[in-house]
Design a binder for this molecule. Sequence first.
Ligand SMILES: [Fe+2]
Length: 130
Amino acid sequence: MKTQWHEKYSLHVESIDNQHKELFRLTALIESLDEKTTKVEIKNILNSLFAYMRDHFKDEENYMKNIGYPLLKTHHILHQEIIKEFTNLIKENHSLESLKEQMKIATKKWLIDHILENDLKIEKWRRANS
Ligand SMILES: [Fe+2]
């Protein structure tokens, strides 16, 4: 399953890898939400995911800066778009069912796909340039 962290997703930076593992864990948690999950529980998960994501993006951008990654600006914009998507999700007044569905889609699309596509590009570049 795509929502399980794998060694092949490693950026070979322990702190960033650990943060990615946590984001995968939170995504799997969101995937497992069912009809018993309450709105309060969902809001709590969403808020902690949101806070964690912001810290992680900051750390990842510092890392890109440190290694002189040339696509830092583009990557920063992608991070901002993700934050915007999640902010909208929190603000919008979804029904409970729709909020769960939207969260499942958003974490997959905006977090996992982002890690697999764009974060792995950082590692590819680093390998080619070190
Ligand atoms: Fe990223």
